[in-house]
Write a protein that binds this ligand. Sequence first.
Ligand SMILES: [Zn+2]
Length: 169
Amino acid sequence: MAAHIGHMSVVPNSELCPCGNRGCFKAYGSGTAFTKRARACAIVSEETTFGKSGSPVHSRDVFAAGRSGDVLANRLIDEEAEILGWGFVSLVQIFSRDVVIMGGGLSHEFDRLRPGIQDYIARWAMPAFKDLTVVRAALGQNSGLVGAAALAFLADRPQESASALAARR
Ligand SMILES: [Zn+2]
């Protein structure tokens, strides 16, 4: 159960996280959180083009609106990139890596988010970490699922790495 980094509290007493705590990183930097913010903003915004049909807003609707020039959609997307940037900066300052691999639902829109993420890293990471590169996970939205399955396959072979197992197949 180690390394539930999404559940580090980053904004105390704020957004409720599905884990029951408030202010977890996951309550800000995730597709679910992004969609929740977009729905709340769309209700009160008269200028936005998404969320006006009566059907629930999904993150893909916000990105589509952003590509069409919707100001609110682009603001929400830029904010999400910044949130992901601050999460990745915190991670690299703990784990000291050269690359962060981004999976999950929002990774479908990685090309749109990446510049904002990299801008945040360039601005706020400690000097030694400003060259951090963020790439999209090859397995995209299924990264977590495949990783969990790999753990189950490797549970009875703890000394064998996932790459060694994959190479044998
Ligand atoms: Zn949480």
